[in-house]
Design a protein around this ligand. Structure first.
Ligand code: UT7
Length: 326
């Protein structure tokens, strides 16, 4: 049956590395606390003149080269991000222009940290339906712009970067086997940027009184994150007929090593089959899984025929998972 296959991957991390010691000069924190509570040692932050689309284009070009696909062959672009260059046009439109693609459809999607897997589900559905044959899917974030340096709980967690994949129509056994997505908007205030949108525009009158950055209830999110991981993984298994024993590599959203370990324990999944890069990247939201996927491929952790599990959770709340036969 027609479905989609990932035929190329790429990622980009900005040059500037911010260590925990660097951060301790900006907020009241320290390397020991950050490592113990999160597993993060350093993260990359984009420069002032580097926007989401700049990182996205770098990752997209690497993925296209890896796939051996030219920009003209792409017939749809999806970009998962909460850090678009502008309110509009979409970052996907900017990518379409900058990579030299034809006048094809291009659109952003916002499912926060679950955005890449949401995008995978949409791309797979578009390809299955015959609407498109070759899709570029990018996850990109510049979360450093949302950091409120008075809030040390969020200031230490996030990094910038981009990851991309090229998906193509496939008739064989390989490719996306199943995807699963979920959301609970009643929990929107667990992680959000309260101001700057149409609900609370930033004005000269309110600029000093409102929350301008990210606000998070870390403890509540932690509990929901572990439960969401377990729930979405179990649902992806059910939908694909694949069991936990069949999984060769699990690439979870890279938020916190303790969340990953708790979910793995509850799923009885061996830690050696889990890919972790958050020590070097921090949480890059929608970019986290495609960056990790590309790094895993380039490190030889993904072999032809392997069964790969992806799972994410994030603001919304949203959660998602996917099972891929490589
Ligand atoms: O993609 C989704 C993104 N978000 C997440 O995944 C976040 C999920 N939540 C978490 O990862 C954890 O809740 C955190 C890492 C954010 C916090 O870890 P925690 O073990 O839940 O710490 P806590 O909030 O209970 O705080 C413990 C202590 C507090 O001090 P007191 O009240 O015990 O004196 C905090 O004020 O740690 C303090 N603290 C810090 N200390 C040093 C909070 N942030 C920091 C910090 N540096 N950066």
């Amino acid at each position: 049956m027609r479905h989609s296959k990932i035929v190329g991957t790429g990622h980009y991390l900005p040059e500037r590395v911010v260590t925990n010691d660097d951060l301790s000069k900006m907020v009241d924190t320290n390397d020991e606390w950050i490592q113990q509570r999160t597993g993060i040692c350093e993260r990359h932050w984009a420069s002032d003149d580097e926007a989401a689309s700049d990182m996205a284009v770098c990752a997209a070009n690497v993925a296209l080269e890896d796939a051996g696909v030219s920009a003209e062959e792409i017939d749809f672009i999806l970009c998962a991000t909460v850090c678009a260059d502008h309110y509009f046009p979409s970052t996907a439109c900017i990518i379409q222009d900058r990579i030299g693609a034809g006048p094809i459809g291009a659109s952003d999607l916002n499912a926060a940290c679950s955005g890449f897997i949401y995008g995978l589900q949409m791309a797979d559905a578009l390809i299955r339906a015959g609407a498109h044959d070759t899709i570029l899917l990018v996850g990109v974030e510049k979360l450093s712009v949302y950091i409120d340096f008075e809030k040390r709980d969020t200031a230490v967690l996030f990094g910038d970067g981009a990851g991309a994949v090229v998906l193509r129509a496939e008739e064989g056994e390989e490719g996306i086997l199943s995807t699963y997505t979920g959301a609970d908007g009643s929990a929107k205030e667990i992680l959000w940027v309260p101001s700057g949108g149409s609900r609370t525009p930033i004005t000269p009158e309110n600029i000093n009184d409102i929350e301008r950055g990210m606000v998070m209830d870390g403890k509540a999110l932690y509990k929901r994150a572990v439960a969401s991981f377990v729930n979405s993984v179990e649902n992806a298994m059910k939908n694909s007929g694949v069991s936990m024993e069949d999984i060769d590599l699990f690439i979870p959203h890279q938020a916190n090593i303790r969340i990953i370990q708790s979910a793995a324990t509850r799923l009885k999944f061996p830690e050696e089959k889990i890919f972790v890069n958050l020590d070097k990247t921090g949480n890059t939201s929608a970019a986290s899984i495609p960056i990790a996927l590309d790094q895993a491929c380039r490190a030889g952790r993904v072999k032809k025929g392997d069964t790969i599990l992806l799972a994410a959770f994030g603001a919304g709340l949203t959660w998602a998972s996917a099972i891929i036969r490589w």
